[in-house]
Design a protein around this ligand. Structure first.
Ligand code: DC
Length: 244
């Protein structure tokens, strides 16, 4: 469980956002709720860095798949984690993800890695490692951090917490549309996979997906993503006491 940067906590590019802010905005919610799009827009609007924590679980899952490890046994995964360095290079537009120095930004988006990420993330030792890396990344603030447990575990003291949700059917269709025409998968299969992931993310014993008590709930079932982005902008501005 190495942090290959060798740099002091918070020096991996995070810190005061581009406009010198130290605020932490936590965006949590299930798959397909629009977290990435909304986090990216908020980062741009409020001059913050955008950190996508799911990418870190995905990078580790990729390594476990490559190693041919059973994904349901903590011990092997823990041993693998002990020799793994994951680095998230934050950017307003996109995060670059380095796995033992290799740029895996694109590779971690496959369906197989997506499924594996949800499996390896149930284990407390793996979560503790990831949480500590994420706390280092956001230590100086100036970030929008997106994931499942940011407002509850990683930064319970975050100034703004938004829990994004939408009906599974809506999230499934958004996912399907993102895959584009000619995707080798039917909408029903996308929805099935999403429900399975929901089930695991919400019901794991350690840090299950759930809103922090002080999170603002934003349900985008009946909104376009553009409307959800606008609503999230209003929530943040109101919390920070700024005009929109
Ligand atoms: O956000 P995502 O789809 O890239 O996340 C992939 C998986 O990683 C997700 O199914 C659950 C896990 N995850 C997590 O447990 N905690 C986080 N903070 C982020 C992601």
């Amino acid at each position: 469980m190495r942090d290959e940067s060798g740099e002091p906590p918070g020096s991996s590019g995070a810190g005061p956002g581009p406009r010198g802010r130290h605020v932490i905005i936590a965006i949590d919610g299930p798959a397909g709720a629009g977290k990435s799009t909304i986090a990216r827009h908020l980062a741009r609007q409020f001059g913050l860095l955008n950190l996508e924590t799911g990418a870190m679980y995905r990078a580790f899952a990729l390594k476990a798949l490559r190693a041919g490890l059973p994904l349901d046994q903590s011990r092997g995964l823990e041993a693998l984690a002990a020799t793994t360095a994951i680095r998230l290079e934050p950017g307003v537009e996109e995060n670059r993800v380095l796995l033992d120095g290799e740029d895996v930004t694109r590779l971690i988006r496959s369906q197989m890695v997506t499924d594996a990420a949800s499996r390896v993330s149930v284990f407390p030792a793996i979560r503790a490692w990831m949480v500590s890396l994420q706390q280092q990344l956001g230590a100086q603030g100036g970030v929008v951090m997106e994931g499942r447990d940011i407002g509850t575990v990683v930064f319970p003291q975050a100034e703004v917490k938004i829990f994004l949700d939408a009906a599974p059917e809506v999230r499934g269709m958004r996912r399907f549309d993102q895959l584009g025409p000619g995707a080798p998968i039917q909408p029903e299969a996308v929805l099935r996979e999403l429900r399975a992931r929901d089930e695991r993310d919400r019901n794991r014993a350690d840090s299950p997906l759930r809103p922090a008590p002080d999170a603002v709930l934003l349900d985008s079932t009946h909104m376009t993503l553009e409307e959800a982005v606008e609503a999230a902008g209003h929530i943040v501005a109101a919390r920070l006491g700024e005009p929109t």
